[in-house]
Design a protein around this ligand. Structure first.
Ligand SMILES: [Mn+2]
Length: 302
């Protein structure tokens, strides 16, 4: 058993899991990476960079952590344990369940942990990730979509720009996949169509963000970088459509495939995205109507 570091979100106190509004799960699993190594180090590196973030959300004009409490869970180092993530979470309280990876092979294990019924998976990725197995590994970072379809979920895929021929065929033929290719998203009308599709989502939704969906100029350090990609503000638009415009029930979120690097640009980008997700979810729950008893009120912050 490795020693658990004390790592917090924005240096705020971590409350008991049952009391938390937001639960952050650290999945330190990089076992299936075929490109660059180091995804298992991303969860802590991202959380460390959240210390650099302001509490105030400049888009929504409020400070979410005045109203919300966070629990940062112990790190998970074994693949078999991922499917029991968020054990001990509240059965009554609405909680935002976020997992920081790790490579993309963790997603189908996380959906087992948080989804009871078939759901829509909003899947942001440069790669189709639809292989049955890759380099002999059936639980690879190249296979999550294959497993998610097998689990009975629908996929809305965004930013795809790298695939094997059989994956392209499956995307075209499978009625459970709605794919927005990265190149098509250069076109304003397709961007609008995507945002409308996301706004119209309802029922259970799980959001999976492979950090390689972004332009490598924004997020240079990921397991398998790919030219092209979306930028921060378009991702923010997608988050706004999902959290603030749709009637979807967000059952879980993951951010995967990041590799910490010396300039820290990649992990800072991920930290900002994480903050945005928490902030938008908080707004969707109307947390700012509550009393100010959130984590931020318990620390000196000036
Ligand atoms: Mn992926």
């Amino acid at each position: 058993m490795k020693k658990q570091n004390i790592i917090e979100y924005q240096e705020l106190p971590s409350v008991e899991i049952q009391d938390a509004d937001v639960v952050i799960n650290r999945v330190c699993w990089g076992g299936s990476v075929s490109g660059k190594e180091g995804t298992q180090d991303a969860p802590d590196a991202i959380l460390i960079e959240t210390e650099q973030m302001e509490y105030y959300d400049e888009d929504l004009e409020y400070s979410p952590m005045k109203y919300m409490q966070v629990h940062v869970a112990d790190s998970i180092y074994e693949y078999e344990k991922i499917k029991t993530s968020f054990r001990g979470r509240s059965s009554e309280k609405k909680q935002l369940l976020i997992s920081l990876g790790g490579d993309h092979s963790i997603t189908p294990q996380l959906t087992l942990a948080v989804l009871k019924n078939s759901a829509t998976i909003l899947f942001l990725d440069a790669h189709a990730d639809l292989r049955r197995s890759y380099l002999g590994d059936t639980n690879s970072h190249a296979t999550p979509v294959f497993h998610l379809l097998k689990q009975g979920h629908n996929l809305v895929m965004v930013g795809i720009r790298s695939m094997f021929e059989s994956e392209a065929l499956r995307i075209k033929e499978d009625k459970n996949i709605h794919c927005f290719m990265d190149r098509a998203l250069r076109c304003e009308s397709v961007r609008k169509e995507l945002l409308q599709t996301v706004s119209a989502l309802e029922g259970d939704v799980y959001l999976s963000i492979d950090m390689d969906v972004f332009d490598p100029a924004c997020v240079p350090s990921v397991g398998t970088p790919q030219a092209g990609g979306i930028d921060y503000y378009f991702a923010t638009d997608i988050l706004e459509a999902l959290f603030l415009k749709s009637n979807a029930e967000i059952k879980g979120v993951d951010m995967v495939e990041l590799i910490p690097e010396d300039s820290k640009v990649s992990q800072l980008f991920a930290a900002k995205l994480l903050q945005k997700i928490i902030s938008y979810w908080g707004r969707s729950q109307g947390v700012e109507q509550r009393e100010q008893t959130g984590g931020q009120m318990q620390v000196k912050y000036d």
